[in-house]
Design a protein around this ligand. Structure first.
Ligand code: ZN
Length: 404
């Protein structure tokens, strides 16, 4: 018989979803809740903060004294819902059957599927909640390995928090043997994703009446040349890059997402700004891509400076989330397959913290409940069936004696 989700896991998932932890806000309410819950079980948490102490990561070891084991990694922040058309309150965390009017047995509509609705239900508070709800099992297990909870802040805006958490872990000599990132993969172990490298370019020109263009530097036009360069690179990836099958888009992509500039039709603009990103295959070098843009800008600058010495380009990194490449043969991948009764592995299109754990030398797999199709969407949900599968996965992990 299929595992049924415990009411404790469901209630904890609802509690976490009802806390507003949009990345722009503090996540301390949630972190303190988890800390206090663990403290009640005699487990001490280690918190690492952002610069102004409004956000924190939480790291806890369940089974202290045992050998370091598997990290369960989740981010506590969510994307916002401004402007999205929700039919339920994003913080309601209500369970509803879908379809709502399923009669249960007229043959046309399948049996109703219960779903948990709300921001963060799929991405990814439910995973954190189920891990927490089963904390006692990890503590009482006869496994020779400890389990580590690693719950981060600011994942959605560039995976910033987890870097602090990993640095702190290293500093203290904690060496987990593997990591499971519980992002929504429908409980199919994912062994690769692309990187996400995002930058802002500000262009300073020299303004003038638009009848006097030779005495000016047109910031928009110079920005547009760089935008064209990014576009050329994207086309280059598409025509030249070795295909990596399994990804929806099996080559690296580049894209300009925002462009601002200009104040009037008859003024040569002094300022322009645009933001762009690369999503590199795990086999492609994102640093090289950005170097190409910088080199192009450096070649364009002398002509600008001839007219105005302070004209030129400046760049700012918005985020650099490395790609992730695990392996179907990694013991942690095989373990995840065993725990989820899932012979397949998959690749995912979205960035996660997995690449950062991998770069830190920790073999990693991405496996969590729900679908990325619902993440960041209005009426985000996760089915209770997926949550039950996740719970079974974690309960099996608690009694695992061998990683592999
Ligand atoms: Zn996520």
């Amino acid at each position: 018989m299929a595992h049924v989700l415990s009411s404790r896991s469901l209630e904890l998932a609802q509690t976490l979803v009802r806390m507003n932890t949009v990345s722009a806000n503090s996540n301390l309410e949630l972190i303190h809740f988890v800390r206090d819950h663990l403290a009640g079980l005699g487990v001490r948490s280690r918190l690492t903060y952002n610069a102004d102490k409004t956000k924190a990561n939480l790291f806890a070891t369940l089974g202290a004294g045992r050998a370091s084991g598997v990290i369960l990694s989740g981010h506590t922040d969510t994307v916002p819902w401004d402007g999205q058309d929700w039919s339920v309150d994003p913080l309601s965390a209500m369970v509803q059957d879908w379809p709502q009017d399923a009669p249960g047995g007229n043959g046309e509509v399948e049996r109703a599927e219960p779903r948990l609705y709300g921001r963060g239900t799929a991405d990814m508070k439910s995973f954190i909640a189920i891990a927490l709800a089963n904390a006692e099992r990890f503590l009482e297990s006869s496994s020779p390995f400890a389990v580590h909870f690693a719950f981060s802040y600011d994942e959605e805006v560039g995976c910033f928090g987890v870097r602090e958490l990993i640095a702190d872990m290293k500093e203290r000599g904690v060496k987990p043997v593997a990591c499971i990132v519980g992002e929504p993969t429908y409980m199919v172990p994912a062994i690769a994703h692309k990187g996400v490298y995002r930058y802002r370019c500000c262009v300073r020109g020299k303004e003038a009446h638009s009848s006097l263009t030779p005495h000016s530097v047109n910031a928009i036009e110079m920005a547009a040349r760089l935008v064209g360069k990014v576009r050329d690179m994207a086309e280059g990836f598409e025509s030249n890059e070795l295909r990596y099958s399994g990804f929806d888009v099996p080559f690296s992509t580049a894209s300009v997402g925002q462009f601002h500039g200009g104040i009037a039709d008859n003024v040569v603009p002094r300022d322009a700004e645009f933001r762009y990103e690369f999503r590199n295959l795990p086999t492609a070098d994102a640093a090289q891509m950005q170097k190409e843009v910088l080199a192009y800008a450096a070649r364009a600058e002398p002509a600008m400076k001839k007219i105005a010495p302070d004209a030129g380009f400046s760049f700012e990194t918005i985020c650099e989330v490395p790609s992730f490449l695990g392996s179907a043969n990694d013991p942690i991948t095989r373990l995840a397959q065993r725990l989820s009764d899932e012979p397949r592995t998959t690749l995912v299109a979205f960035g996660t913290e997995a690449g950062i754990f991998k770069v830190a030398g920790i073999p990693t797999v991405v496996c969590g409940p729900g679908s990325i199709l619902q993440a960041h969407q209005p009426d985000e949900f996760v089915t209770l069936e997926q949550l039950a599968r996740c719970e079974l996965f974690l309960q099996r992990l608690a009694s695992t004696t061998v990683i592999g």
